[in-house]
Design a protein around this ligand. Structure first.
Ligand SMILES: [Zn+2]
Length: 371
């Protein structure tokens, strides 16, 4: 078309028509690609072909762009605008589609490469989505941790001690001399070297007194051992938690306060029935038995409470002056209280377990009840 030639009246309209056709062809290609449901990689390849076809050097758009120079000045502006708008639309369409594909590609990669670092092979071997394969804390350990939390919140320190003890720590320092009848009640396993397996966690208390200057508040949880006739409420290996507070002017009221706080927190109820009755323990004076109304039979009587409806839970009392002296503490200046908790009994009450032997049975059917 010569520059001086009169332009056809439909030149601008022809460009508009061509642009509309190209745009709708482009859009139906994208729609077809999107409805194919191809993988992101295949989609990106097909999209590149569409891009070359519609906006590349050999595309219809390029041909139209090139033909602009032949248009008369009066039409160049309008036709150029039409083509530029088309070009912008096509490029934007490609860009948005590409973004979508790249996002789904990334999502697919993340889903494929996701690794749960908390998994171990026990879990994988369990072949189940439940956490059963991971195991869980033994109910006794759980109660022990809970009690430790209660006492640390009350300012107590947690102490540990050896299972194998000397007679001094297990008996003599606790006012239980060689011929004391309490040694019969606490028969234990003796080692050839004269040492023994500790019969109570009170040994931790003795070591605590020797290593701490009053005032102090300590608890000592752990395994203890006795030569027992084993039945529903007696085991040769069980758990205790010892506690002691030493300061000036410590009275029975302090003891009662801490015991009540502990039990209401552990059982999470206010209607717990407890009773305090005089009890004899060589290491306290006065000594008490703190009993709890049996939570398994609600006091009617069962094998765990030996049909009396009450369960001895807590021997406790004011520390005997001889015990304080053995721990290098002057009983004229300081006083204190001590208590021993039977952890296994607490566990049995809390989870309504009717036989202590379940606790050490290592029976998975039992343990799996505490996920
Ligand atoms: Zn009972």
């Amino acid at each position: 078309m010569a520059a001086d030639q009169e332009p056809s009246a439909s030149s601008a309209g022809t460009f508009q028509q061509a642009a509309d056709q190209l745009k709708s062809a482009f859009e139906s290609r994208l729609e077809a690609l999107s409805s194919q449901g191809a993988s992101p990689d295949d989609g990106l390849k097909a999209l590149e072909e569409i891009r070359i076809q519609f906006t590349g050097k050999k595309s219809e758009l390029s041909t139209l762009m090139a033909s602009l120079k032949d248009l008369p000045k009066s039409e160049k502006g309008q036709a150029g605008k039409t083509l530029n708008l088309l070009k912008r639309d096509l490029e934007l369409g490609i860009k948005e589609f590409k973004q979508k594909l790249e996002e789904s590609k990334k999502a697919a990669e993340l889903a494929r490469e996701w690794i749960d670092v908390t998994l171990d092979d026990t879990y994988l071997a369990s072949n189940t989505r439940s956490h059963r394969g991971l195991g869980s804390l033994h109910p006794t350990t759980r109660i022990q941790y809970e009690i430790e939390d209660v006492f640390t919140s009350l300012g107590f320190d947690i102490l540990d001690g050896p299972h194998i003890e000397t007679e001094f720590y297990n008996f003599e320092a606790l006012n239980i001399h060689e011929n004391h009848p309490a040694r019969d009640m606490q028969d234990t396993f003796y080692l050839k070297d004269g040492n023994l397996l500790r019969t109570h966690t009170s040994t931790i208390q003795v070591r605590g007194m020797m290593n701490n200057k009053p005032p102090f508040k300590v608890i000592g949880p752990g395994k203890v051992f006795r030569c027992e006739k084993i039945d529903a409420s007696h085991e040769s290996t069980f758990h205790q938690l010892e506690g002691m507070m030493v300061d000036k002017d410590i009275k029975v009221a302090h003891l009662i306060y801490f015991m009540k706080t502990l039990l209401s927190r552990i059982f999470d109820r206010d209607d717990l029935e407890v009773r305090l009755r005089p009890g004899y323990f060589p290491f306290v004076e006065p000594g008490f038995e703190l009993d709890i109304r049996c939570l398994i039979c609600e006091g009617k009587g069962c094998s765990v409470c030996k049909q009396v409806g009450w369960l001895e839970l807590l021997p406790c009392g004011m520390s005997h002056p001889n015990v304080l002296r053995a721990g290098n503490i002057d009983p004229d200046e300081y006083s204190g209280f001590a208590f021993g908790l039977g952890l296994d009994r607490l566990v049995m009450m809390r989870f309504q377990i009717d036989d202590i032997r379940h606790l050490h049975s290592a029976d998975l059917r039992f343990l799996q009840q505490f996920p």
